[in-house]
Ligand binder design. Structure first.
Ligand SMILES: *[C@@H]1O[C@H](CO)[C@@H](O)[C@H](O)[C@H]1NC(C)=O
Ligand SMILES: *[C@@H]1O[C@H](CO)[C@@H](O)[C@H](O)[C@H]1NC(C)=O
Ligand SMILES: *[C@@H]1O[C@H](CO)[C@@H](O)[C@H](O)[C@H]1NC(C)=O
Ligand SMILES: *[C@@H]1O[C@H](CO)[C@@H](O)[C@H](O)[C@H]1NC(C)=O
Length: 453
């Protein structure tokens, strides 16, 4: 009996409480909005500015089209201001300290994104709510999809950091009517990049701009976008380095110096072509501006390196052909310069050069005397002489061939030493260029530019 009475009393109290609670919110709304006119700017009676505190709580980069210099984001930013007409005393209304009403019921600051190509609200106007505190503080959170112009500076590509701004401005009210104060994003706000870009930080900046002799408020949300360079390192830098290293190796691989040298030159030209294609990929990804990105410089320098290597290889080809045709032995200077010992064979040739081959078949030889005495032998002698002559010619040709071969051998030794030297020099240069390029990955992020939009 008693218990049921208590239960009834409690539930009655509950119902009354609910009715009062419901009634209180309704009462607040009734009382406030009875005299509220949303067309009137807060603080306009006192001729003071309404201060809008702005911050950003969410930013997701959707895409950054480098060719068009356009970035698209989903952002959610908060605006807080004070509207004295919306204040109440919580004691009078069952201690209710805040209420939520549709945004269409109250005055709202008007700001527009002025560097946008396209802005879309995530919700229709009548579906946004505002939170009103009993002291008249109003908070609104506005998710938006914005596509903004972003001027990229591509000098450091692919190790670049870009600063892209979403710039909001007051279209009509000047700073003595409405002013903005930027608050840094709260600790727990959510920022995300995409596959290529990392969104490392967002700065909120308030500014003024002059229009028609009066100052107006302006807010910039500046996104610090850092590129993830791994794609370009694997797709362009690594192949460029490998192609250049291999073609330098091919161009200067020591070997025989006539036939294969032709192939070396065509190998070099082929790799130049491959690198030009890679340069084309880089150019396609970049906006057409008059500054060359870092990666472009790298590929250009490597192309230059390969071109010089091909040139040197061609010069060697020409020189070695000329020397061998002339049958000219390398000079002592050439030997000393290349630190090659002249081969033993060539030394012997140098010594033997002055020696005349002894002629056994002159007039005083026994054969001549015999020929005179026995005429029949004359015929045999003629044939024998012919045979001797042929043999002598053959021997001379053989000797000539031998000398030619010797010359070729010697030049080939000299040029293969040349090849070793240039192979080392060019591979080291190639490596140095790569190191210099990669060093930029650790360069400090630049400061935010003053004029972003
Ligand atoms: C308002 O009252 C209705 C009916 O009494 C109840 O269902 C509802 O939960 C109440 N709402 C609040 C916020 O108290
Ligand atoms: C105007 O300013 C006075 C004094 O600063 C203040 O008491 C009053 O509440 C203000 N009125 C409005 C409507 O802001
Ligand atoms: C973000 O930028 C602000 C200044 O704009 C700086 O104080 C803060 O340390 C930065 N945060 C990070 C993680 O870099
Ligand atoms: C803002 O506009 C009002 C009305 O035109 C004017 O009196 C005031 O001087 C302006 N303030 C600024 C800072 O330009």
């Amino acid at each position: 009996m008693r218990i049921s009475l208590i239960v009834i009393t409690l539930s009655l109290l509950c119902i009354i409480g609910t009715v009062i609670g419901n009634g209180s919110t309704k009462q607040i709304l009734d009382n406030i909005f009875k005299s509220y006119d949303k067309r009137i700017r807060p603080h306009s009676e006192n001729n003071t500015a309404v201060i809008i505190r702005m911050s950003i709580v969410l930013a997701i980069l959707i895409e950054l089209r480098e060719n068009q210099q356009v970035a698209a984001y989903v952002i959610s930013h908060t605006q807080r201001w004070n509207d004295p007409h919306l204040a109440w005393n919580p004691v009078d209304y069952n201690n209710i300290r805040e209420i939520i009403v549709p945004q269409s019921m109250i005055w709202l600051p008007k700001l527009f994104v002025y560097n946008s190509m396209d802005t879309k609200e995530m919700l229709s106007d009548d579906r946004y709510d505002v939170r009103i505190n009993y002291n008249g503080d109003v908070k609104i959170n506005m998710p938006q999809f914005v596509t903004c112009i972003c001027r990229l500076s591509i000098e450091q590509f692919p190790f670049d950091t870009q600063f892209c701004a979403v710039a909001l401005a007051s279209p009509l009210l000047n700073t003595s009517e409405m002013d903005v104060v930027a608050s840094p994003p709260p600790k727990d706000s959510y920022f995300a990049g995409n596959a290529e870009w990392e969104l490392i930080n967002v700065t909120v900046r308030d500014m003024r701009f002059l229009e028609e002799g009066e100052y107006r408020a302006e807010v910039h949300y500046i996104f610090h976008l850092q590129r993830r360079p791994i794609f370009y390192l694997t797709v362009i830098v690594a192949p460029t380095f490998l192609i250049s290293a291999l073609s330098i190796l091919g161009i200067f691989s020591p070997g025989a110096n006539d036939g294969p040298r032709n192939e070396k030159v065509s190998l070099g030209l082929g790799s130049l072509l491959a690198m030009t294609v890679l340069l084309g990929i880089v150019a396609g990804a970049m906006p057409k501006s008059n500054s060359i990105p870092l990666l472009g410089y790298y590929i250009l320098i490597v192309i230059l390196l390969c071109a010089v290597a091909v040139g040197i290889s061609m010069a060697f080809l020409g020189l070695s052909r000329k020397f061998i045709e002339k049958g000219q032995m390398p000079s002592h200077i050439a030997y000393r310069l290349m630190m090659v010992q002249p081969s033993a064979l060539s030394c012997r040739r140098r010594i033997g050069q002055g020696r005349e081959s002894k002629d056994f078949y002159n007039d005083h030889s026994p054969v001549f005397i015999l020929r005179v005495k026995i005429p029949d032998l004359s015929l045999i002698h003629e044939q024998l002489m012919e045979l001797v002559e042929t043999q002598r010619m053959f021997r001379r040709r053989l000797e000539k061939e031998q000398i030619k071969h010797l010359v070729e051998m010697e030049w080939s030794r000299i040029f293969s030493r040349f090849d070793y030297v240039f192979l080392t020099v060019f591979q080291v240069l190639n490596l140095i260029v790569l190191m210099l390029f990669l060093r930029f990955a650790w360069s400090p992020t630049p400061a935010i530019r003053e004029h972003l939009v």
